[in-house]
Design a protein around this ligand. Structure first.
Ligand SMILES: Cc1ncc(COP(=O)(O)O)c(C=O)c1O
Length: 389
């Protein structure tokens, strides 16, 4: 008997990275080194204090027990203190903070709490793919919100068909944005919350890159907006990028307590929380690692400055990112996102992510992730320069 996949799985978009992985392997078989600007997986180490705490805590006899569903009270307290210190936003740690098994987990589960079959979810394109796939898995309808260059990479709500807009119940937003690296100010968030109140939308803002910023310009939280306290809004954060803790799988969501409560209800039926020693390590990161974050930022700043100066010389068009470790660059004339990415792997031995991996509106672009050391960045650029001549 054949095994039949569920419709929700069949409806998921094709995994476009599979073809690139294949090409990468083929290239490596020839003995060539492939320099990868592909994945946004921080290469820097997690702070030493964090690792030490993880180790110490793992030795406690009780660490093997199930953790609490919502997260340790001490971690929720540390999150609310971090928010106060970083964004000047007060949160009730008991009701307005929820610990996640990485922010991706929370983003993937939140439509389950609110979206019924056929409800619309506004999904930025290009955007982090989980917003779209989570919508599909919940039975919702993904309504693509273009973030085009001609609109300064901001979501263009005007262009969306009215009937589709009327279906929308939820909106995903992400600034600093993966992949465009666009940053907005608090006034922009005020406008979005205006729209969400008029249209009764639940706003899910993904602030995974709030701490990877340049030239001392700190990106805001949507919860700094005046309307945030009465709005239906939550904000997701990740320790993966801020503290190089991607493998730890710990993140959090904060904001409207009704939304937090509903997501917690979904989660208690699916996962059983984050390993306590990881939560203890997260407390150390949030409360004691501000200096380390400054150091990480300096490293990214050097990479960004160097990479952008060199990429300019190659006559590739792009905006210098104000935040995130991504550079969103236009492909040269005559190429599509896919053909340029394939060309770079095959000819130069350099891997980049095709813009269409983030939605159809990513066509014409590729994304460079600056999560490799400067000497590799330099080598990658040299290889690209050779094949573009
Ligand atoms: C925009 C965005 N949000 C969320 C995540 C997921 O982060 P986490 O490791 O916390 O699940 C990523 C990871 O790349 C991301 O780019």
């Amino acid at each position: 008997m054949a095994i039949e996949y569920a419709n929700r799985i069949k409806r998921l978009p094709a995994y476009i990275f599979a073809r690139l992985d294949e090409l990468k392997k083929e290239k490596e078989k020839t003995g060539a080194e492939v320099i990868s600007f592909g994945v946004g997986d921080p290469d820097l180490p997690a702070p030493e204090k964090v690792i030490k705490k993880l180790h110490e805590a793992s030795l406690k006899p009780k660490s093997n027990r199930y953790p609490s569903y919502a997260g340790m009270p001490e971690l929720r307290e540390a999150i609310s203190q971090w928010y106060e210190a970083r964004f000047n936003v007060s949160l009730n740690p008991q009701t307005e903070v929820l610990v996640l098994c990485g922010s991706k987990e929370g983003l993937a589960h939140i439509p389950q709490a609110f979206i019924n079959e056929g409800d619309g979810v506004l999904v930025p394109s290009p955007g982090y793919p989980v917003y779209n796939t989570a919508t599909i898995m919940s039975g919702g309808v993904s309504i693509s919100v273009p973030q085009r260059e001609e609109k300064k990479f901001l979501p263009d709500f005007e262009i969306i068909d009215r009937r589709l807009m009327d279906k929308a119940k939820m909106l995903f937003l992400n600034f600093p944005c993966n992949p465009t690296s666009k940053v907005v100010d608090v006034n922009y968030f005020e406008d979005v919350l205006d729209l969400s109140q008029k249209r009764e939308l639940i706003v899910c803002h993904d602030n995974a890159y709030s701490e990877i910023y340049y030239d001392q310009k700190r990106p805001p939280s949507i919860l700094q907006a005046q309307k945030a306290k009465e709005a239906h809004v939550v904000e997701f954060h990740s320790l993966s990028k801020t503290f190089n803790m991607a493998g730890f799988r710990v993140g959090f969501v904060v904001g409207n307590k009704k939304i937090i409560e509903a997501l917690a209800k979904v989660k208690t039926n699916i996962d059983s929380g984050v390993y306590n020693p990881i939560q203890e390590a997260a407390i150390v990161a949030l409360s004691q690692c501000w200096k380390e974050c400054d150091e990480f930022r300096e490293i990214y700043q050097k990479r960004r400055d160097y990479f952008c100066a060199e990429l300019k010389k190659l006559k590739i068009e792009f905006n210098i990112p104000e935040a995130s470790f991504y550079v969103w660059a236009k492909v040269p004339k005559g190429f599509s996102s896919e053909s340029f990415s394939e060309y770079l792997i095959k000819e130069a031995g350099v891997m980049v992510t095709p813009g269409t991996g983030f939605g159809q509106e990513g066509q014409g672009f590729v994304r460079f992730a600056l999560t490799i050391e400067l000497d590799k960045i330099s080598l990658g650029l040299e290889k690209i320069a050779k094949v573009l001549k």
